[in-house]
Write a protein that binds this ligand. Structure first.
Ligand SMILES: Cc1ncc(COP(=O)(O)O)c(C=O)c1O
Length: 211
């Protein structure tokens, strides 16, 4: 049976159609108030301080690696069972992916990370698959111990928490996709990154009202 992307649309058809008409009639088709209010609401929802909307989850991933100044000659530890975009976020920056096996719940296995760390390792990129969070307390502790950056691929984990904290807010950058089939899907491609560190946000305009 083919994927039905329109089920959610029919559940809220009137609201979606009213909003689409409002946007069409506003004449503002790129960025604008709709995008910045979404960025604020999404930052608020995740509990992160800052959010910027992007064109896709892949964009979020390569921009995350770039924001952290990781590139040629650097290694990033990434799950072997993740979607290709997590790996491309690393390779598009010229860095080298080093694959870590998952645990029994398809998350990154914290017990297998340390043996992969070399003097070239700059970051760990963890993917929360199938709406389930990886074991973030152990992963954060390893990153802190070794001075590594931490990137979260949350393309499949909108709303998923680990011990009450939203995925995307444990590390340096949380990366989201709003591809139509995701937990939070758009009518088309979309993505976002969330961060807490102001240093990573030069030129960003959107933040939670209280930050
Ligand atoms: C785990 C994971 N990472 C990244 C992506 C890439 O997101 P996008 O299709 O929006 O580029 C996806 C979605 O396809 C995904 O499932």
């Amino acid at each position: 049976m083919p994927n039905r992307m329109d089920r959610g649309f029919y559940m809220y058809q009137q609201e979606f159609e009213d909003k689409a008409l409002q946007v069409l009639r506003s004449g503002w088709y790129v960025l604008g108030n709709e995008v910045s209010s979404f960025e604020k609401e999404f930052a608020d929802y995740t509990g992160a301080k800052y959010c910027v909307g992007l064109a896709s989850g892949l964009d979020a991933l390569w921009i995350a690696v770039r924001l952290l100044k990781i590139g040629v000659g650097d290694e990033v530890i990434v799950q072997g069972n993740t979607y290709i975009a997590s790996v491309m976020g690393i390779t598009m920056n010229g860095a080298t992916p080093v694959f870590c096996e998952p645990d029994a719940h398809f998350g990154m296995d914290p017990e297998k990370i340390e043996q992969l760390i070399t003097d070239k390792t700059k970051a760990v990129l963890v993917t929360h698959l199938y709406g389930m969070a990886s074991r973030m307390d152990e992963i954060v502790a390893i990153c802190r111990k070794h001075g590594l950056k931490l990137i979260e691929d949350c393309a499949q984990s909108h709303g998923a928490c680990f011990k009450g904290q939203m995925t995307g807010t444990f590390g340096d950058v949380g990366c989201f996709s709003f591809y139509p089939s995701k937990n939070l899907g758009a009518f088309g491609d979309g993505g976002a990154v969330v961060v807490n560190d102001k240093e990573l946000t030069p030129g960003w305009t959107s933040s939670r009202p209280d930050c």
